[in-house]
Design a protein around this ligand. Sequence first.
Ligand SMILES: [Zn+2]
Length: 277
Amino acid sequence: MIGKRVLKRRLLRKHERHLINAPEIQEIAEIVQNARRILFITGAGISADSGLPTYRGIGGLYNDILTEDNVSIETALSGATFAKDPLLTWKYLIQVESACRGAGHNIGHRIISEFERFKPESWVLTQNIDGLHRSAGSNQLIEIHGNVTRLHCTSCRFSEIVPSYAGISPPPICPRCFGIMRPGVVLFGESLPLLALDALQTQLSLGFDLIFSIGTTSVFPYIAQPVLDAHYWGAKTVEINPGVTEVSDAVDYKLTLRAAEALPAIWAAMGKTLPKL
Ligand SMILES: [Zn+2]
């Protein structure tokens, strides 16, 4: 008797085989083969395939209700709240981080990192703070909203990398000067990190031949703009998202698929073997 799991896997393979032969996937695979510089713009949707909640951005944890402290999650996780009540912000940072803890990168992250080996001038611009692109092997990576694993002191220059927030009692205190530590992520209402912005500007000034927008609603201008500007470089654009977004009308190809379905299909249509997780 075939177990449910095996049956599901077989159906998935059949579904993927069907996708590989879809004319759009074939055309995209050909464009990828001929491209030199590819930009992958990613958002919460790609990490949803790792089981991460996609909360209006981060977590599915607080959908339309206020937190138990009677403020919205955006207020709790804002720079203004952190400045006056770091304990409150840390309480919710730890909640969000613990909901994501233990999730690993998925096949979508892995294929994007393989693209970097295949097309060495490719870059990833991500809004995700989960570090999964890096763990999947991407190096040419712009984490425009920072990364949860880096903490730094608000009073001195001390910083450290932490594997998770397990065991942190909020707010964490700097071992050097007893100042309050903060995560290296962009809180609501804060400016983007200058180093990441510089890196993005440099890469955009060099242009791209192909831009993928994956699992993001593209509500932020710096996320939508490269897609909207692509025609200046003569670049093709592909959106991978089951839903309709701010850039859906502007792209050359719109795949209403999850990243974990579309990317393996494109990779396989190029005649390549799927990478191991
Ligand atoms: Zn310090």
